[in-house]
Each structure stands twice: as structure tokens, then as C-alpha cells.
Design a protein. Structure first.
Length: 329
């Protein structure tokens, strides 16, 4: 499996803006093809590896594009704030914590099957590193928990919004939606499931099965209908996740450096040495959240207790890209 020659030429000859537009369009195109529950696990794995070719390019010859990522690709938080300012009479945002591009087909298929109109489907950038509370802070909240029971206060950027943050059944979520015109609803799934299965060798298969079940359920779409009735709705996430069960082991000095630097994580705060390796296996990134050292690409390494098979916080496409789906009913 290789990158299309025309795509590769654009990635190497174009501007960073051109390159990232092509990378995102390609990743969305690969991810958004229809899925069926019967073949979801094998197909999602196949797509993960296909997107892996783009990751390989970005971590080998194209690694400088990661330096341009934060300034070139619109952050999800900025897109939400920009969208929120549009003159819709009523609007809602559903943040599904940890939702990645892998889950995109269930949203687009389900919307079409149930009579929704898709107004737009794209991908936007997580905060760097991809972290739940940093995303909340980018929206002006102190943390994700601040949204619970409309406790957001007046400091956040989504004024007039009724807010909620829960990890409960979809049927119960639907019961929380009242007649307030503007809603921001943050659900902890699938991130709660990502971390439940992150240490079990086949984490992606388990999550894919659960995703197919959850996002195809009547209860989920009843909840979506409650949010979308009379409102324009965006479904997005704070970050994606890496399926490191399919990553190669970093051996020798590289593996030792990554283990010593990151332990079982994918990023550390502060200014740290990125190591002597070319192409780099870690990069220092400055973002609105300060300086961080982030693991680059699709590497895992031996660590005490085992490296998690589902994780986030580093620089790979399915970690840092979030679906951004806009729909109406």
C-alpha cells in the first residue's frame, strides 16, 4: 500500500497549507466510506493502516509539516467558536470525548438513514497535545466537569449555552434536553471506553464493536433528534486516539529514549530535548497551552505494565484530527 503519486507530489512540492488540506481530505475520504457491522472490525483496521501511510510520510520525510500543523489546520475549538457566532436562531454542539475519524461513517450513514440533512463533514485539529481539559480551556471552561448541570458560569466563549457533561445512557441524555435554544453537551463516551480497553491487546476491535452498537442504536439517534429539533447541530470531539496495537516497536537507542522520556504516555509538559534522531521521534511544540514534547508518528515501546493499545497525546493523524459534522432535521 503506497501514497498516490499525485498526492505525494502535492505533499512534497506544495505549501504547508496545500499539504495539510490534501492530508485531511485524504484521511476523511478513507475514513468516511460506508461501514457495516459485519465487516467493521477488519475494515477499520485496513483503513487505520491506509492512513498509516500518511503518518509514515509525516514522520519520515515530511516531519516539518508537523511544525506547521498548529498554525495551518483550524483547531476544533476555534471552529466551534467561529460557528457559534453565526446567526442561527438555535444551535447545539455535541462533543463526544475521544471520537476519531474511524467513527465518522456511523454518524453520516445514520444521519442519512434517519432523515437528517448533512450540512458539512470535515476534520479539524485537536489542541496540542490532544487533551480533554486543554480542549475545555480553549473554549473558556476550567475543565470538562465545569459543563455539568449548566455550571459553566459566564467566562466561557459559548455564551447563552445550556451546558451538560455526563457519562450516562443515551436514553437518559435525551431526557436532559430541555427547551433552551442553545446547547453544549459533552458526553464522555467513547473516551471512557478507550481507556477501559486500552490495555487489552485488541483494544481497537473491542472499541469498533462497541462503536457500531452505540452509534447505530435507536437510543443514540433519539438523543440526536432531541438535540437537533429546532436547532442546527454540530457533532465533534476534543481529540482522537492512536491504535498502537498496530504500531511497530521502537528498538535500541530510539526505544530507550522514548521509554525514558514518555514512560507509557505520548507527551510531556515543558521544554525537553527531542533526542539526536533524524528524522525525529519526538518534537518540541509550542501551543496556547505552553511547551510540550510530543511523540512523533506510529511508534510504541516497551514500558512497565505494557504500552496501552489505545492512547492519545502524540503526533499521529488519528490522534490529532476530530470529525466535524454539521446536520439539521
Amino acid at each position: 500500500m503506497a501514497i498516490n503519486a499525485n498526492v505525494l507530489q502535492c505533499l512534497t512540492k506544495g505549501t504547508p497549507e496545500d499539504a495539510w488540506r490534501i492530508i485531511i481530505d485524504t484521511a476523511v475520504e478513507i475514513s468516511s466510506k460506508p461501514l457495516a457491522a459485519t465487516n467493521a472490525q477488519s475494515e477499520v483496521t485496513k483503513r487505520d493502516r491506509e492512513i498509516g501511510m500518511l503518518d509514515y510520510f509525516l514522520s519520515s520525510s515530511g516531519w516539518d509539516l508537523w511544525r506547521a500543523f498548529g498554525d495551518t489546520v483550524e483547531r476544533t475549538s476555534d471552529r466551534i467558536v467561529r460557528w457559534w457566532a453565526k446567526p442561527y436562531s438555535a444551535k447545539a454542539i455535541l462533543i463526544l470525548d475521544g471520537l476519531s475519524l474511524r467513527e465518522l461513517p456511523w454518524l453520516t450513514q445514520g444521519a442519512k438513514e434517519r432523515g437528517f440533512t448533512l450540512q458539512g463533514v470535515t476534520a479539524t485539529a485537536s489542541e496540542l497535545p490532544g487533551d480533554t481539559n486543554q480542549f475545555a480551556q480553549a473554549l473558556g471552561f476550567g475543565s470538562r466537569s465545569q459543563l455539568q448541570s449548566n455550571n459553566g458560569g459566564l467566562a466561557h466563549k459559548l455564551q447563552t449555552a445550556q451546558t451538560e457533561s455526563v457519562d450516562i445512557a443515551w436514553k437518559d441524555c435525551a431526557g436532559l434536553i430541555n427547551s433552551a435554544p442553545n446547547w453544549v453537551f459533552w458526553h464522555h463516551w467513547p473516551d471512557s471506553k478507550v481507556h477501559d480497553g486500552s490495555g487489552a491487546g485488541q483494544g481497537l476491535d473491542m472499541l469498533t464493536h462497541d462503536t457500531a452498537e452505540q452509534l447505530s442504536s435507536d437510543d443514540f439517534w433519539t438523543f440526536i433528534e432531541r438535540l437537533a429539533t429546532g436547532r442546527r447541530l454540530v457533532i465533534t470531539s476534543d481529540h482522537g486516539y492512536a491504535a498502537t496495537g498496530y504500531f511497530p516497536d521502537a528498538d535500541g537507542e530510539v526505544g530507550q529514549f522514548l521509554k525514558k522520556t514518555f514512560s507509557s504516555g505520548r507527551s510531556i509538559a515543558g521544554s525537553s530535548k527531542a533526542g539526536p534522531f533524524v528524522p525525529p521521534v519526538a518534537m518540541q511544540i509550542t501551543s496556547p497551552h505552553g511547551d510540550h514534547l510530543l511523540a512523533v508518528g506510529r511508534w510504541k515501546w516497551k514500558s512497565q505494565g505494557g504500552y496501552p493499545t489505545l492512547t492519545h497525546g502524540g503526533l499521529s493523524l488519528l490522534e490529532v484530527l476530530s470529525p466535524f459534522v454539521e446536520l439539521t432535521k
